[in-house]
Design a protein around this ligand. Structure first.
Ligand code: MEV
Length: 434
């Protein structure tokens, strides 16, 4: 049976049953989901991972369903604390599916090692000398990363730029490394350090910083979807009206950086959740995404939406440096499981999935903003967490949440009151046993 991400009624199942069903849908053994109970890293491993450790900090680990990319179903793992993001992304992926799902592709895993050169008296002739020595520089770079060369990666090209005014006497050499299935930070930093001295000699200057750039604009992902208008309809609005509202919202983000920031936040809700679930560096992803959004000298949306005939078409483009080897994945049982759930065999496949969940999250947010507003959907989930905070458990969570929504008072105090009324009206255990 092919992998599937369509599991109707999934949210109603108890957690143990959800694990069994996802195991089946992703072709994993049920026992592999025991990793969900490990709460990620144990304290001893954490103590070897960072400094001054006090313990571990857990977040919800969930599955986004309905995702279909280039005709293949994928269950997307998400780690996120914000209510409604997982439900919204799953619902948006279901809507996108009606139009054939998502189409996506990605660049190879190229990351730049940056070498800053200072006190370069004659930047013009330094540039010439470095250019003439390019092949030797690239060979020196490759010599620093034999493991990556064995896996088919390595230094591909270099770029030399003079920075600032002539009086700055500053240059940068960017060496572009194909990192294959690694995120690449360690590999690229090793290259930067290995070739820095040689470049300084060639430039007849002084070596400065040697570090990767997180603006990986040669490692981009492109995702799109074509949603028929009718799939966007709500109880109160036609699909055509919702589509128009979503296009208007997209234009708003294209014209206003204040809106673009929030629009991109909604995209990163999806992207980051997959990035964190799979043990990747979300700070690097965030830094790259926002630098890319500002590449034209203005902060812009990473995804845009347009009506084309009877369809609304969404397009997302962003840099994404993710790995499926090394780093956290070596030690984190839930991150390992998350990666297995995706079925990704390459870093490119994982990047495509993260970006797709980003576009699904954006679709969900824009559809809500163009129709009911964001609060209606949020309130149900918010009310559930308020009910839990008030001490409700089991079936009582839904009952308390429903009642405080009905009362229009979604506060812990109101939830406590409802809970004690519920408990008072329930037969006691002793009475049931009699
Ligand atoms: C909330 O986490 C994300 C949204 O604000 C995104 C958006 O406004 O597009 C709903």
């Amino acid at each position: 049976m092919a992998r599937t991400s369509r599991i109707p009624g999934f949210f109603k199942l108890p957690v143990s049953e959800r694990r069994r069903v996802v195991a089946e849908a992703t072709h994993l053994a049920a026992h592999e989901f025991d990793a969900c109970d490990a709460r990620g890293l144990d304290v001893a491993t954490s103590d070897k991972t960072v400094e001054n450790v006090l313990g571990v900090y857990a977040l919800p680990f969930a599955a986004t369903l309905n995702v279909q990319i280039n005709g293949h179903d994928v269950v997307a793992p998400m780690v996120i604390e914000e209510p409604s993001v997982v439900a919204a992304a799953s619902n948006a992926a279901r809507i996108a599916r009606i139009g054939g799902g998502f189409t996506a592709e990605a660049d190879p895993a190229i990351v730049a090692a940056q070498i800053q050169l200072l006190d370069v008296e004659d930047t013009g002739s330094a540039l010439e000398r470095i250019r003439e020595a390019s092949s030797e520089i690239l060979a020196l770079a490759d010599a620093a990363i034999p493991g990556l060369i064995a896996r088919g990666g390595g230094a591909r090209s270099l770029d030399i730029r003079v920075l600032g005014a002539p009086s700055d006497h500053m240059m940068v050499v960017d060496v572009f490394i194909d990192c294959r299935d690694a995120m690449g930070a360690n590999l690229v930093n090793s290259v930067a350090e290995a070739i820095g001295d040689e470049l300084a000699v060639l430039a007849r200057g002084r070596i400065g910083f040697r570090i990767l750039s997180n603006l990986c604009d040669r490692r981009k992902v492109r995702v799109s979807c074509r949603v028929p208008f009718e799939a966007l309809a709500t109880e109160e609005m036609s699909g055509a009206d919702v589509a128009r509202g979503m296009e208007d919202g997209s234009r708003f983000a294209e014209l206003d950086a204040y809106r673009a920031c929030t629009h991109n936040k909604g995209i990163m809700n999806g992207v980051d959740a997959v990035v964190i679930a799979t043990g990747n560096d979300w700070r690097a992803v965030e830094a790259g995404a926002h630098a890319y959004a500002a590449r034209n000298g203005r902060y812009e949306p990473l995804a845009t939406w347009r009506r084309e005939g009877e369809h609304l078409v969404g397009r997302l483009e962003m840099p994404l440096a993710l790995g499926i080897v090394g780093g956290t994945l070596r030690v984190h049982p839930t991150a390992k499981l998350a990666l297995k759930m995706t079925g990704a065999k390459t870093a490119v496949e994982l990047a495509v999935l993260a970006a797709t969940v980003g576009l699904a999250s954006n679709l969900a947010a824009l559809r809500a903003l163009a129709s009911d507003g964001i609060q209606r959907g949020h309130m149900g989930l918010h009310a559930r967490s308020v009910a839990v905070a008030a001490g409700a458990s089991g079936d009582n969570v839904e009952k308390v949440a429903a009642r405080i929504i009905e009362l229009g008072d979604i506060t812990v105090d109101a939830a406590r009151k409802v809970l004690s009324e519920l408990r008072a009206s329930e037969p006691s255990a002793a009475a049931v046993a009699e």
